[in-house]
Design a protein around this ligand. Structure first.
Ligand code: A2P
Length: 350
């Protein structure tokens, strides 16, 4: 079922959302409604399990289409958020049909012909259509981090950064959130209640797990490697020294990060707060009151990167710590993808 929303605007793109029934896909639909994306047609695509399900967007009803039967030549742009294996299989089909893909998986992020874009950092990559037909959306923890690193690098130069992440269950989509809820209920029912985790192992209920994605031979996890490689590519800093420990925590939504940065020059806290607060869509909570800080529960669903605990280290005037919280479904996934589309439209690339 397709709706021609604005026949008076024949240049508006035909849009497909692949993974429309998932956590990121649903957030994309919210953003379309909130931010008023211009589209001529909208196609909602998921697995055959969801085919025929009806979803409402902008007050109009759409039947979800199975990816196997979807004709990608009907879409000028497609957002892919259905997992890496789906992107590996179906993105080439989409690009062969002439669709420009904004992909939210790891599948194309390090492909030299596919730009990896955070619009607040490297929107210039969107000046022309990529050779591959794919624009990659970075990892959910990388996006808020590079938005802050850009400002610090431009003013003080970064020697190195050390980051610990505190990543929410929604990073694994609805399945992650459901498993956190089920495992928490099972734990509350007592130690004997049988619950076999499928995704978070050991169980995430009342626990923290210092492993996200698979282990590599280096001892780092793939998630940790993604943060290093992707930060370098987005910032255009191939030698950037950033090292991370990625931890899953029993939070439904919003990733947090404790970030330590050593710069080339001494850093003044007041100026640092000014620089960070002046970055696009960044809110600094301890700008005037050192005791103010963001948390996932207090930030909620937000389109800003929230920063607090900004403090220069006592032993090294060139180094400082900060704490950030960012909605991983919005900033870390759907909003970044959406803002890529907005930039493409503004540039006439789409
Ligand atoms: P479906 O709901 O039909 O399974 P989440 O990240 O919240 O788990 O959502 C994953 C999204 O990816 C859902 O929209 C899901 O659709 C979709 N998806 C999962 N597997 C496939 C597949 N093999 N082909 C197409 N879409 C898929």
């Amino acid at each position: 079922m397709t709706l021609v929303t604005d026949p008076a605007e024949p240049t508006a793109p035909r849009v497909a959302i692949v993974g429309a029934t998932g956590a990121v896909g649903s957030t994309l639909i919210e953003l379309i409604e909130e931010r008023g994306l211009r589209y001529r047609e909208l196609h909602l695509v998921a697995s055959s399990r969801s085919a025929g399900r009806v979803l409402t967007v902008d007050g109009a009803k759409y039947e979800v289409q199975a990816i196997e039967t979807f004709d990608f030549s009907q879409a000028d742009v497609a957002f892919f958020s259905a997992g890496t294996s789906v992107s590996e299989k179906w993105v080439p089909v989409a690009t062969a049909a002439g669709t420009l893909v904004i992909d939210n998986t790891i599948a194309f992020r390090m492909d030299p012909d596919s730009p990896l874009v955070v619009p607040q950092v490297n929107a210039h990559e969107l000046d022309r259509r990529p050779k591959s037909g794919v624009i990659a959306n970075p990892n959910c923890s990388t996006i808020p981090l590079v938005r802050l690193l850009r400002g610090v690098e431009d003013r003080w130069g970064i020697r190195h950064a050390v980051v610990s992440t505190y990543q929410a269950a929604s990073g694994l989509g609805y399945t992650g959130v459901e498993e956190l809820q089920e495992s928490t209920l099972a734990s509350l029912n007592g130690p004997d209640s049988a619950f076999e985790p499928e995704h978070f192992k050991p169980s995430l209920a009342f626990n923290v797990i210092p492993k996200i994605d698979r282990f590599l031979d280096s001892g780092f996890t793939l998630e940790e490697q993604k943060m290093l490689q992707e930060s370098r590519k987005i910032l255009g800093m191939p030698h950037l020294d950033v090292t991370t420990t990625c931890v899953r925590v029993p939070v439904v939504n919003c990733h947090s990060e404790a970030v330590y940065i050593e710069c080339h020059e001494p850093v003044d806290r007041a100026e640092l707060v000014e620089v960070l607060g002046g970055l696009p869509e960044v809110t600094v909570h301890d700008r005037t009151d050192l005791k103010e800080f963001p948390t996932p529960a207090t930030v909620g669903s937000s389109d800003h990167v929230h920063v607090g605990r900004v403090r220069i280290t006592q032993s090294n005037p060139r180094a400082f710590w900060l704490w950030l919280v960012a909605d991983n479904l919005r900033i870390g996934a759907a909003l970044n993808a959406f803002q890529i589309a907005e930039e493409l439209l503004e540039r006439g690339t789409l």
